[in-house]
Design a protein around this ligand. Structure first.
Ligand code: SP5
Ligand code: ZN
Length: 335
């Protein structure tokens, strides 16, 4: 399998996140990517596909904000990472904002996703990593490829960051595939958390169906999204499918959910599959509550591979750094 990794993704070094009423060390550390790289072996660097495929998914105002936010934060005399502290919640009118704190609120979904000096560079090259891994699938020279993206992407919406995500790598790749002629592109999201950004981006579209298995959002982040009755609207009615599982789910509980998800993907008859893969379903994950074991990932990989679709695997979460390489390698070897 072709793997793509770009070292510029390591520039993003979030210091800390606000959670349970206080600051804790940030879980989304640069060593996540390098340990996965060590386990998968060879990888090619990303080729620059420019801003156009990013703008095909994300609001240009948001992209400009991401690119400039940390410099503006520093210019305002602040130290460390830029992070919001006031949010417009809902139904406020669209205002022209000038103060960095206001823009941080406007474009953020939470306070666990800080912007540092290297964040834009890493997010940009994560998106380019996904686009580069897509190319051989579109060109017909590979059936499967792995985009070792960091920071992850599936919580980022068209105009907001959140859940450690800034640019939605999977959505950018799926849209690029559509723009280059793929008829229908399904996204299957197997991260522990609901991929709310991806769902939001394709909510009213039938050409990019979204199927996700995740921890019940009644119990876990992102809380406001990913409930079982969310199914899409307008042309996307029925093209979103959410399968929720309780804390403690192990392979015996995950297997039937995956069978349902696979049946849903097959029902959409896609030409290409984008797989948002998170290894935060692992039993030893420090911030999540499922119970998959390293060997189980090979079974998941084999089940997805049996769909027989050209498949782009995009890295999302997974925070048990010591086991992360083995878990990802197990999944990819299952293919
Ligand atoms: C891509 C992805 O897996 N994002 C996950 C975001 C979940 N954030 C939830 C929040 C908090 C828990 N943070 C605990 C930090 C301990 N150092
Ligand atoms: Zn996750």
């Amino acid at each position: 399998m072709i793997s793509v990794f770009d070292p510029r993704q390591s520039a993003h070094r979030p210091l800390r996140e606000f959670h349970n009423g206080g600051w804790s060390d940030h879980a989304e550390v640069p060593s996540r990517a390098t340990t996965i790289l060590g386990a998968v072996g060879d990888a090619v660097p990303a080729a620059d596909h420019g801003l156009d495929p990013i703008h095909a998914v994300h609001d240009p105002g948001y992209v400009t904000f991401l690119r400039t936010a940390h410099a503006r934060w520093a210019a305002a005399g602040r130290e460390g990472d830029a992070i919001g502290y006031v949010w417009p919640v809902v139904r406020r009118r669209a205002l022209t904002l000038s103060r960095i704190d206001a823009e941080l609120g406007r474009y953020s979904a939470d306070a666990v996703t800080p912007i540092g000096a290297g964040t834009w560079d890493s997010a940009y090259w994560a998106a380019q990593t996904a686009l580069t891994a897509l190319d051989p699938l579109l060109g017909g020279t590979a059936r499967t490829s792995f985009a070792l993206c960091r920071p992850p992407g599936h919580h980022a919406g068209a105009d907001y960051l959140g859940g450690y995500c800034y640019l939605n790598n999977a959505a950018i790749a799926a849209q690029a595939a559509r723009d280059q002629g793929a008829g229908r592109v399904a996204i299957l999201d197997l991260d522990y958390h609901h991929g709310n950004g991806t769902q939001d981006i394709f909510w009213t579209r039938g050409d990019v169906p979204f199927v996700s298995i995740h921890a019940d959002p009644a119990q876990d982040f992102p809380f406001f999204w990913g409930h079982a009755d969310e199914a899409g609207e307008d042309a996307g009615a029925g093209a979103t499918r959410n399968i929720v599982l309780p804390h403690g789910t192990d392979i015996a509980g995950y297997r039937p959910a995956l069978a349902q998800a696979i049946a849903a993907v097959r029902g959409f008859a896609p030409d290409l599959l984008v797989l948002s893969f998170g290894a935060d379903t692992f039993a030893g994950d420090p911030i999540c509550h499922f119970a998959l074991e390293t060997g189980d990932y090979a079974e998941l990989g084999a089940i997805v591979a049996a769909l027989g679709l050209p498949t782009l695997v995009v890295m999302e979460g997974g925070y048990a750094v010591d086991a992360l390489g083995a878990n990802v390698a197990s999944f990819l070897n299952g293919f």
